[in-house]
Write a protein that binds this ligand. Structure first.
Ligand SMILES: Nc1ncnc2c1ncn2[C@@H]1O[C@H](COP(=O)(O)OP(=O)(O)O)[C@@H](O)[C@H]1O
Ligand SMILES: [Mg+2]
Length: 365
């Protein structure tokens, strides 16, 4: 007997079939099973004074172990809400979120405390929020180890000194935060966040209050932590220079991940020279939903409805010719979904097989 769903009305499905299907579904690896951070349709609704704000509206995000990545997005798009959830400080309204095997929705208070002390470290934008003003740099860095317990003072001091050396902060060892520059304060904050060797380091606009040169030094400290300790790092940033420095930048729009820029080094076949190539991708969620960039849709007058057409190597998206304002885009020379030969469509990147479409060109820097 066939197990295809469309046959279900014509032929009864046996119990054995149903069991086999359920087993296959169970054995299929869960979404993001191999990712260190997995957010699955994450929702966070705030209600204040009877008004509901949907800060996260079904956000999907996967981050691999050892990654150093950036999150960008307009103010109010939900970046800090996401960071607070990942930091274990806030709980999502719905969806699923796991970090290093911890389920962020079901952790009890005790597990949450351990999580914040041992699994994640965080660096905030406000330099004052990261450090205790009456402790020296060394004391600030040893404090998380002391709170965690289980190690001797000499061992804690040694670890702290190693972290300070790694981040070129030896000269700050005995100073208090007010005796440090803004950049030194943020680098010390990174050392504090790394004190208990967390799996993940989260930073919410860590360079927001710094000038560009200092911001560069702080970013270099994140890179060092990523390279030397293998720490997975997620940085929320407004700073294009920081976003340009990482391999992957994910953009958040209206509480959802909307696009992603991947950068990789490519060798030019002709000159043999290496160049960094950046390519922007739209996110496709598991239900097949896609967010089209607002400037693309508005330039073609697309709203409410679009026509789709499957081609051998891409999918075409056309404005609805019956919609107001689209009448002259269309009928004559426009695409006619369903009525075209495979050769007359637009072919990004010339359409040569294996060449692949190149949305946005792929800017070389
Ligand atoms: N505690 C809160 N109570 C009510 N609304 C909130 C709260 N935190 C954030 N919001 C709202 O959620 C949305 C996303 O905020 P946020 O995550 O801070 O954005 P971003 O960090 O990207 O600027 C905003 O509309 C903000 O006003
Ligand atoms: Mg924010």
């Amino acid at each position: 007997m066939s197990t295809r769903p469309e046959d279900a009305t014509s032929a009864p499905v046996s119990l054995a079939d149903l069991e086999a299907r359920a087993a296959a579904r169970r054995e299929r690896p869960a979404y993001g099973h191999d990712a260190l951070i997995a957010c699955d349709r994450l929702v966070r609704v705030f209600s204040a004074d009877g008004v509901e704000v949907q800060a996260l509206q079904g956000l999907d995000l996967l981050v691999s172990e050892g990654e150093l990545m950036a999150l960008v997005g307009a103010s109010g798009s939900g970046k800090s809400t996401l960071m607070n959830i990942l930091a274990g400080l806030d709980v999502p309204t719905a969806g699923a979120a796991t970090v290093a095997g911890r389920d962020l929705l079901t952790m009890d208070a005790r597990a949450r405390l351990t999580y914040r002390r041992e699994v994640v470290g965080f660096v905030w934008q406000q330099t004052a929020r990261n450090l205790l003003p009456y402790l020296t740099v060394l004391q600030n860095v040893t404090l998380p180890m002391q709170l965690r317990g289980g190690r001797r003072r000499a061992a804690r001091t040694k670890t702290a000194e190693q972290l300070l050396a790694m981040l070129s902060l030896d000269h700050c060892r005995d100073r208090r935060p007010h005796q440090l520059s803004g950049g030194e304060q943020q680098r010390t904050a990174i050392a504090v966040a790394l004190a208990n060797t967390p799996s993940v380091l989260l930073a919410d606009e860590p360079t927001g209050e710094l000038d560009s040169h200092t911001a560069e030094q702080v970013f270099a400290a994140f890179r060092t932590a990523n390279e030397e300790l293998g720490t997975t790092i997620v940085i929320v940033t407004h700073d294009q220079a920081v976003a340009d420095e990482v391999r992957r930048t994910v953009a958040i729009r209206d509480g959802r991940t909307s696009s992603e820029v991947l950068r990789r080094t490519e060798r030019d076949a002709a000159t043999g020279r290496e160049a960094l190539v950046a390519r922007e991708y739209a996110m496709l969620d598991r239900a097949g939903r896609l967010q089209l960039p607002a400037d693309y849709t508005s330039s073609l007058g697309m709203a409410h409805r679009v026509l789709l057409e499957l081609e051998s190597d891409h999918i075409g998206v056309w404005p609805d010719p019956t919609a107001d304002g689209n009448a002259d885009h269309g009928a004559g020379d426009g695409p006619k979904p369903g009525g075209r030969t495979p050769d007359d469509g637009p072919k990004p990147g010339d359409g040569t097989p294996g060449d692949g479409p190149k949305p946005g060109g792929g800017a070389t820097t």
